[in-house]
Ligand binder design. Structure first.
Ligand SMILES: CC(C)(COP(=O)(O)OP(=O)(O)OC[C@H]1O[C@@H](n2cnc3c(N)ncnc32)[C@H](O)[C@@H]1OP(=O)(O)O)[C@@H](O)C(=O)NCCC(=O)NCCS
Length: 189
């Protein structure tokens, strides 16, 4: 049986790759930071190492079962693990969700936007998806900015596991238009 792994995607500063066992220390540290967890659906209680290891298995299994999933994000220059970006769509999910989470010391450099843009491109060009959503707590300003920079627009509010969340989204045509606009801007610079 072929085991489906996250493909490697490279951007100017980042490498998106499959999670591996040696990421466990970094993944456990990421999920033990209450500031990181503050606006995540799991709540702000720090995870223990066992929970982090079980969740890593879920992330890898998501690729196997649903043919897409989450990448570990690595800083190309240093090889450091800086976080994760990718898709969730288990049974009952409200759509094909793109989400991003970075280790705190790497916030504020545009890395979430850069990594998410590569994932979004992958969704439309390789996975041929028609639509991608992002579910964001209304208080999560940084995340809302990432969604906006990707060209996602607010579609509405939904109840997600008992919490009200903003549902941002973008479809294939709007993404293509956004890419064309960005290449025009780069071309002019
Ligand atoms: C959300 C997150 C991934 C953003 O990462 P990042 O690499 O710092 O994001 P970027 O550098 O691409 O910045 C995106 C925008 O958010 C803005 N921003 C960053 N932190 C902010 C804050 N605390 N409040 C308001 N805006 C903020 C940046 O200025 C930038 O806006 P700009 O384009 O107007 O300059 C990071 O804060 C994080 O990991 N948070 C915890 C996990 C989380 O909440 N994930 C999202 C779940 S929906």
């Amino acid at each position: 049986m072929d085991l489906l792994q996250a493909p490697i995607l490279e951007t100017e500063r980042l490498r998106l790759r499959s999670f591996r066992r040696s990421d466990l220390d970094d993944y456990a540290a990421l999920n033990a930071d209450p500031e990181v967890l503050r606006y995540l659906g799991c709540g702000p209680q720090p995870w223990d190492r066992g929970r982090a290891s079980r969740h890593m298995a879920f992330l890898l299994g998501h690729w196997q079962v649903w043919g897409s999933g989450t990448w570990a994000v690595e800083h190309r220059e240093t090889g450091a693990f800086i976080g994760m970006v990718g898709f969730s769509e288990p049974e009952g999910w409200p759509g094909f969700e793109l989400a991003w989470t970075l280790v705190r010391r790497w916030w504020g450099y545009g890395y979430a936007t850069e990594a998410a843009r590569a994932a979004l491109d992958y969704a439309f060009t390789v996975l041929k998806r028609d639509r991608v959503i992002s579910l964001i707590y209304p208080e999560n300003r940084a995340s809302i900015r990432v969604a906006e920079r990707l060209g996602e627009r607010l579609q509405g509010r939904i109840d997600h596991f008992g919490r009200e969340m903003l549902c941002y989204g973008i479809d294939r045509e709007s993404h293509a238009a956004q890419m064309a606009q960005e290449s025009l801007v780069v071309g002019r610079a």
